[in-house]
Design a protein around this ligand. Sequence first.
Ligand code: AMP
Length: 189
Amino acid sequence: MNLILFGPPAAGKGTQAKRLVEEYGYVQLSTGDMLRAARASGSELGDRVAKIMDEGGLVSDEIVIDLIDDQLEQNKGAAGFIFDGFPRTLGQAKALDDLLKSRGTQVDRVIRLVVDEDQLMARVTKRFNEQGRKDDNPATFAARLEKYNQDTAPLLPFYAERGILREVDGMASIEAVKEGVEKALKETA
Ligand code: AMP
């Protein structure tokens, strides 16, 4: 099962991905986590992406596609992958199709967590206070949201056309969202 968890920043993709990892043994591939790890390690890649991330912009397709390619290679026997925060552009979506196709597999399901953008701000302020993620500050978060609406939301028709897109209410409780995600996973395409 290859699943894309789709939605704006702070929609709860990471939380749901982690639950699916625990329950089904799928491998979570979060490009945001990978980029933060690169920064924390002080690598050259980390230095290259730092400014863009802190400003709420998108790093280049080439960089994130390479990260995903590496991880697919390193986790060859995985029961499935959960893509979290990737793809974010049409170029990334097309590259993901190619990467999976070359490994004899495909995107099976895209689950969109539908959220109220105004309420997201409250959620992010809480996360900012708890985790201190620099890019969760209100100005940068607004930029990230705008990027999502401009570059990422247009991917929805790309997946809807294939009949693999499902929507789940992301404003419900974590438990209720989890149930919605599991139901959406089990439905046949
Ligand atoms: P996230 O934790 O997924 O919200 O990602 C944090 C930041 O990392 C984003 O605001 C972007 O700057 C960068 N990033 C993560 N994933 C991608 C991606 N697929 N494409 C471009 N930039 C990304």
